[in-house]
Design a protein around this ligand. Structure first.
Ligand code: 13P
Length: 257
């Protein structure tokens, strides 16, 4: 089955709302001159403070990118100071929400159970979760990478209908490759992407495994994007640092097509 490739820019804690608007205007001009190839989708994941500005700029310039968020709370409303709900994101026109990013798991104590609750919330509001999974360097060197990823997938995806799981995006982000300049080789990325698909098949059936999109993330650049996207089980990229400039992001969106 041919899948649509999804290239997502996770800006993390970068770009205030002025910088975010400038980014979108620049991207609009780049894509007007040279559109993304067919079969390529893109999403932008600005900080919460920039979401509304990005949404307005994307709509007014008709930029062909989806709006994404970096996180959400598992509850729809309540006394959770500082948090933002999936319901609020849906209202803003957000289509994709990253859940379980390793930085959230490491710095903010997010457990697999919390990640599952966030995934529930995103689905409840008819958006698409980008579920992040991945191992540390210790786990990889100890031969436990697959086991770690399987455990993360198991808690997040078990007991869900195959038709729901088939619509999700799973991002394989090996923690040792994030922001380090150290990229997984195409063969590492392919190996884990295939493992993720097998696990999804075991948990949710063949239909889900065929439908799910698997992204790779971790030190993706315009230079290495082509080889990563050439892996048969890699359907997209989740890009941090290299997504902060409109030219680099557009180049990654076009890579290899
Ligand atoms: P870098 O591309 O900066 O390594 O970040 C990857 C990432 O964490 C995307 O979510």
């Amino acid at each position: 089955m041919t899948r649509r490739v999804l290239v997502s820019g996770n800006w993390k804690m970068n770009h205030n709302h002025f910088e975010s608007i400038q980014f979108v205007q620049k991207l609009a001009a780049i894509l007007r001159a040279s559109p993304l190839p067919s079969g390529r989708d893109a999403s932008l994941h600005p900080p919460f403070t920039s979401l509304r500005s990005v949404q307005t700029a994307v709509e007014s310039d008709a930029v062909p990118v989806a709006l994404g968020a970096q996180d959400c709370h598992g509850m729809d409303r309540g006394a959770f100071t500082g948090e933002v709900s999936a319901e609020m994101l849906a209202k803003l026109g957000v289509s994709y929400v990253i859940v379980g990013h390793s930085e959230r798991r490491t710095y903010f104590g997010e457990t697999d159970e919390i990640v599952r609750a966030k995934l529930d919330a995103v689905l409840r509001h008819a958006m698409t979760p980008i579920l992040c999974v991945g191992e540390t360097l210790d786990e990889r060197q100890g031969g436990r990478a697959e086991e770690k990823v399987s455990a993360q997938l198991g808690t997040a995806l078990s007991k869900r209908p195959g038709s729901v799981v088939g619509g999700l995006v799973v991002a394989y982000e090996p923690i040792w490759a994030i922001g380090t300049g150290e990229t997984a080789t195409a063969s590492d990325a392919q190996h884990m992407a295939a493992h993720i698909r097998r696990e999804v098949e075991r948990l949710s059936g063949a239909e889900a495994a065929g439908g799910i999109r698997v992204q790779y993330g971790g030190s993706v650049t315009p230079e290495n994007a082509r080889v990563l996207l050439s892996c048969p089980d890699v359907d997209g990229l989740l890009v941090g640092g290299a997504s902060l400039g409109a030219e680099g992001f557009a180049a990654i969106g076009r890579a290899g097509a």
